[in-house]
Design a protein around this ligand. Structure first.
Ligand code: CS2
Ligand code: MN
Length: 356
C-alpha cells in the first residue's frame, strides 16, 4: 500500500502540502480540481499545473478523488453521451499526465450524508455523526441548511451550495428511478469509459454509498458485498474497481468488512480507512482510527487488505477535530496524521509478522 492524505488544493484546504510532507510515510496526495463542475472537461494544463505544485513540495499525486459524475449520467438522460464524452476527455488528460487512479461515486443527489458535523465526544473532540431519527425528521431540502453552520467556512465535497440549490428539482427527476435503472446507467457509463481506461491504464474506483442504505427514498446501490460483486462482474475489467471505504460500507453493521475486502481481491484500487462508534444500529459517530475507540477491528481490516496483496493508495478518512484545529469537518490535519501513523504501524507489524 501507499499511504496518502487527501488534499483539496491550496485555495480550499487549511492543510498545506508542507505539513503533509512531514507525516511519516506519506509521499502521495489524493487531490482534485475542486472548483470544477460535474460534466466539465479538466484541461491538461490545469492537471499539469496541479501536478507541478504537488511535486515541487516533494510529493506526488497518487490519484484523484473525485472526478464527479454528472447527475444526468446517473439518471440516464439523453444528454448523457455528451457528458460521458467530457468525462472521457478528462480521463485522457489525466492519463497523459501519468495519473492512474480515479475515485468517483454514483450516489443520487447527495454524496455522503451526516446529520451532525460537530458532535462533541467525552474527550472534547468533535466528530461527524449520523442518526436515522434526525434524517427521518428532515425534508431533504433542509438537510443542507441544518448542517451548514458547522462547516467551519469550508465547502464540503458533495454539498456545494450551487448543487444544494437544485435539490428539489433533482428529487423530482429521481422519482420512479429504481435501483435497477441505476445499475443500468452505471453499466452504460462504465462500458463507455473502459476503452480509455485500458488505453491509459486508469483504475476506476467507485466509492460506496454513505450511509450504505437508501436515504430520503433515493435509490442507492453501492451498499453491500452482493451489489459490489454485481457491479464488478457486469463490467468485468480490472480497471473497473472499488474504493474500499470502511466508514461508508461499515455504516451497515451487516457488512462484514474483512470478508468484503477478501472477496474484492484484485479490484480494490483505493482504500479509505476510518472507524465508527455505534450507539445503536443507525446511530453512529466517527471515532478515532484506533480500534478500541470505535466499533471496528482495524487490525482485521488492515490485515485483510494486506492478505489480498493490496498495493494501491490508502488514506486515513475523516478525522476528529482535535487540539483546537479549525478545518473542513473530517479533514483537519491532526487526527488524520494520527490515523496515518496508526495504519502505518498496523501495516508494518502485519507485514513483518507475515514474513516470519
Ligand atoms: C469521501 C466522499 O469525505 C468523504 O466521505 O469519502 O465524499 C468521497 O470523496 C466521494 O464519495 C467519492 O466520490
Ligand atoms: Mn470514504
Amino acid at each position: 500500500m501507499e499511504m496518502t492524505l487527501r488534499w483539496y488544493g491550496k485555495k480550499f484546504d487549511t492543510v498545506t502540502l508542507e505539513q503533509i510532507r512531514q507525516i511519516p510515510g506519506v509521499r502521495g496526495v489524493i487531490t482534485t480540481l475542486y472548483d470544477t463542475e460535474p460534466g466539465e472537461v479538466w484541461s491538461r494544463e490545469r492537471i499539469n499545473a496541479l501536478k507541478e505544485e504537488v511535486e515541487s513540495a516533494g510529493l506526488e499525486i497518487a490519484g484523484i478523488e473525485s472526478v464527479n459524475v454528472h447527475e444526468d449520467i446517473k439518471l440516464g438522460k439523453p444528454d448523457r453521451d455528451v457528458l460521458i464524452d467530457h468525462y472521457i476527455e478528462t480521463l485522457e488528460n489525466l492519463g497523459k499526465e501519468d495519473i492512474h487512479m480515479v475515485c468517483y461515486n454514483f450516489m443520487p443527489v447527495f454524496d455522503w450524508t451526516r446529520t451532525e458535523l460537530a458532535r462533541k465526544r467525552p474527550d472534547g473532540s468533535t466528530v461527524l455523526a449520523y442518526t436515522q431519527k434526525a434524517v427521518d425528521a428532515l425534508i431533504p431540502e433542509e438537510m443542507f441548511q441544518s448542517i451548514a453552520c458547522d462547516m467551519n467556512g469550508s465547502v464540503m465535497p458533495g454539498w456545494e451550495p450551487e448543487r444544494m440549490a437544485h435539490v428539489k428539482e433533482l428529487f423530482a427527476e429521481y422519482k420512479g428511478v429504481t435501483e435497477e435503472d441505476l445499475f443500468d446507467n452505471l453499466k452504460y457509463f462504465l462500458e463507455r469509459i473502459m476503452p480509455v481506461c485500458r488505453k491509459y491504464d486508469i483504475y476506476m474506483a467507485i466509492h460506496p454509498d454513505d450511509p450504505a442504505w437508501s436515504v430520503f427514498g433515493l435509490p442507492r446501490i453501492i451498499i453491500n458485498k452482493e451489489n459490489l460483486l454485481r457491479m464488478m462482474h457486469m463490467v468485468d475489467d480490472p480497471h473497473n474497481g472499488v474504493t474500499l471505504c470502511t466508514g461508508s460500507l461499515g455504516t451497515n453493521l451487516q457488512n462484514d468488512l474483512p470478508d468484503i475486502i477478501r472477496s474484492l481481491k484484485g479490484r480494490i484500487h483505493f482504500a479509505h480507512v476510518r472507524n465508527l462508534k455505534f450507539h445503536s444500529q443507525q446511530d453512529f459517530e466517527e471515532a478515532a482510527h484506533l480500534s478500541s475507540d470505535g466499533s471496528f477491528d482495524m487490525y482485521e481490516i488492515v490485515k485483510a487488505l494486506h492478505d489480498i496483496g493490496f498495493d494501491g493508495p490508502i488514506r486515513p478518512d475523516h478525522g476528529r477535530m482535535i487540539w483546537g484545529e479549525k478545518a473542513m469537518p473530517g479533514y483537519g490535519l491532526y487526527d488524520r496524521a494520527l490515523g496515518a501513523a496508526y495504519i502505518n504501524g498496523l501495516w508494518e507489524a502485519i507485514e513483518k509478522n507475515s514474513r516470519n
